[in-house]
Design a protein around this ligand. Structure first.
Ligand SMILES: [Zn+2]
Ligand SMILES: [Zn+2]
Length: 288
């Protein structure tokens, strides 16, 4: 489970069905509301004051590209199942010579392929299970890790671009001070001392928008750092230091992202078939 789910794991384990019924819709609303908020503030309030003419048009093209990737990868991640049941029936049982590599799932009462783990929230075994993500309402595994990684990448990229644009905006409107320290004092005065500083409405809007961009960037940023490490090592979130499947960066990229490797950052619509169905895993020593 990811760090957010670690925090929630006690509740998830006590009542998985209720947890899913409550947390998944709330997380979906949280993600969508966040995207709408940041897009609106950036594109309709900040960007017009920073970029003009062709620059503003290029910024719109960049914003559409990033938003397409955030929403598309988020949706594709949710819609692409990595469960063992997503395999054809004949692939759900091992061939005799590989039976010793498969492990028994005590919950499903059947054998599961190597690197698969049971998920108590999805109530099934997941191929090369990474973790259960509450923000995509699904397990991240063999078939959808590509979408999850690019969802995090484009989300983090969007927040960095937003932060840079916001700093340029503040720099132009507030005496060439890049980080505009006054905003923090205004923020504290407004909320703690209940005082009304000068230009309070504008300052408060700027302060809240700036802090939200900064704080919102931390969560996908941390998770992306984990996912990059996972990509580099062909590991999983729960076994991040497991190096036996590390086939080298380029081959790891193809194993996780499919034939087109890192080019899949262009769009979730880009077809990139995975090299296998998630039941047979080449190990490092076998490749040497
Ligand atoms: Zn299972
Ligand atoms: Zn799950």
């Amino acid at each position: 489970m990811c760090y957010v789910n670690d925090f929630c794991s006690y509740f998830a384990k006590r009542s998985p069905t209720k947890f899913v019924q409550i947390v998944h819709p709330l997380s979906t609303i949280f993600v969508l509301a966040g995207i709408v908020y940041f897009f609106s503030v950036q594109m309709f309030f900040i960007a017009p004051k920073v970029y003009k003419g062709m620059g503003y048009m290029l910024y719109w093209i960049l914003a559409i590209f990033i938003t397409h990737n955030i929403l598309g990868n988020w949706l594709a991640c949710y819609r692409t199942s990595s469960s063992v049941e997503s395999l054809p029936k004949e692939a759900q049982v091992p061939v005799p010579e590989e039976e010793h590599l498969w492990r028994f799932c005590d919950t499903c009462k059947k054998l599961m392929p190597p690197r698969s783990w049971h998920c108590g929230l999805c109530k099934c075994c997941i191929l090369r299970r990474d973790h259960h993500c509450i923000f995509t309402s699904t397990c991240i595994g063999h078939n959808n890790q590509r979408y999850f990684l690019w969802f995090l990448f484009h989300l983090s990229f969007a927040l960095v671009v937003s932060l840079v644009t916001f700093c340029i905006y503040l720099n132009r409107t507030h005496c060439n001070t890049l980080l505009y320290p006054e905003m923090y004092s205004h923020f504290l005065l407004y909320f703690i001392c209940d005082a009304q500083p000068d230009k309070s409405k504008e300052s408060l809007f700027e302060t809240v928008a700036y802090l939200l961009i900064f704080l919102a960037g931390l969560m996908p940023g941390f998770m992306l750092a984990y996912q990059i490490q996972i990509l580099c090592l062909n590991a999983t979130y729960n076994q991040i230091y497991e190096l036996v499947y590390d086939l080298g960066f380029l081959r790891n990229c193809k194993v996780i992202m499919g034939q087109r490797g890192l080019w899949t950052f262009i769009s979730p619509l880009l077809k990139s078939p995975l090299p296998h169905d998630g039941t047979k895993w080449e190990m490092k020593k076998e490749s040497n």
